[in-house]
Design a protein around this ligand. Structure first.
Ligand code: ZN
Length: 262
C-alpha cells in the first residue's frame, strides 16, 4: 500500500496559516496560493536542511480548493471530539498514555553548553488543544489523526477507535487499539532542545526510503554531541527503529520527542 508521507508544520507555520485563513473571507486557498506558501516556508531558517515542502503537502490542496480550512476549524472539531472521546473511555491506562506520561526524562548535565533553557517539561495542554497520532497496523508508522469516526470494545475488552488519518481519505481509515496505538502527538525538536534528548529515549523518527518517508518509533542508542553553529544542532543521533530493529544515524531535524509532564 502506498501512503503519502506526513508533513509536520511548525507552530509558527501553523500560526501563519491560521492568520491567512482568518484574513481570507472566502477561505479558498487554491493551488497557486499553496505554492506561494510552500515557497515562503521553504525560505525560512527553520526548514534549512529539510526536504522542501511541496504545494501538494498542504492539507488537501490537491483534492479540495479549501486547502487550509482544516487548520482552524477541523482541528477544533477534532479537539472537541477527542475531548469527548477521552472522557468517554475513561480507562486508567489511557489517561497516562493520552497525557504522554514519560518516566525517561533526561537531564544530561555534561552536554555542551547551549542556547537553551534546561526545563524538560511541557505545560499540560488544555483538553481542547490536545491532538493525537495513531499507529497504523499496516506499516507501523505513526500518522496524525484527523478525526475519530467511531469506537468499539473488542471481545477481549480492548477499546478500539476508527480513525481518519490527516491527509488521507476514507479508504485509509483504520480500527486502532487505543491503549497501544493512540497517543498525544509527538513534538518536533528545535535545535535548542537537543540537550533534552538522551541515550535510551523514545523518539519519533522520520525515515526515508526509496518508496516513502514515514514516522516510526525508535530509541536513541548513541549521541555524538557537536558544537552548535549558526545552522543550529549539528549532533548526530544513532536511532534503532522499534518496528524492524534497523539502525540509522540521523540529525535532530528528523526527530520528534514525546511530551513530558511532571
Ligand atoms: Zn545538538
Amino acid at each position: 500500500m502506498e501512503r503519502r508521507s506526513r508533513i509536520r508544520f511548525s507552530p509558527s507555520e501553523i500560526a501563519r496559516m491560521e492568520k491567512l485563513v482568518s484574513n481570507r473571507k472566502e477561505r479558498v486557498f487554491d493551488e497557486n496560493f499553496c505554492r506561494k506558501l510552500a515557497e515562503e516556508f521553504n525560505r525560512s531558517a527553520a526548514r534549512v536542511g529539510s526536504r522542501a515542502l511541496q504545494p501538494t503537502q498542504f492539507p488537501a490542496s490537491t483534492t479540495k480548493p479549501t486547502c487550509l480550512l482544516t487548520i482552524s476549524e477541523e482541528e477544533k472539531t477534532l479537539a472537541s471530539e477527542a475531548d469527548a472521546f477521552v472522557s468517554e473511555i475513561k480507562t486508567p491506562v489511557s489517561e497516562g498514555k493520552v497525557l504522554g506520561l514519560d518516566t525517561s526524562i533526561s537531564n544530561n548535565e555534561d552536554a555542551l553548553s547551549m542556547d537553551l533553557p534546561k526545563d524538560t517539561t511541557d505545560k499540560v495542554p488544555e483538553l481542547e488543544n490536545l491532538q493525537f497520532e495513531a499507529r497504523s497496523s499496516k506499516d507501523f508508522a505513526w500518522y496524525d489523526i484527523d478525526n475519530f469516526m467511531a469506537h468499539r470494545t473488542t471481545s477481549s475488552g480492548e477499546v478500539e477507535v476508527y480513525v481518519r488519518f490527516a491527509g488521507f481519505g476514507a479508504e485509509e481509515d483504520e480500527w486502532v487499539n487505543v491503549r497501544k496505538s493512540i497517543r498525544q502527538q509527538s513534538i518536533p525538536l528545535e535545535s535548542s532542545e537537543c540537550r533534552n534528548i538522551a541515550t535510551g529515549d523514545l523518539v519519533l523518527c522520520f525515515k526515508e526510503s526509496n518508496d516513502d518517508a514515514l514516522h516510526f518509533d525508535g530509541h536513541v542508542l548513541d549521541i555524538q554531541r557537536k558544537q552548535h553553529d549558526i545552522r543550529g544542532c549539528r549532533c548526530v543521533f544513532l536511532v534503532e527503529y522499534d518496528h524492524d530493529g534497523s539502525q540509522e544515524r540521523v540529525n535532530l531535524k528528523r526527530l520528534s520527542r514525546r511530551p513530558k509532564y511532571l
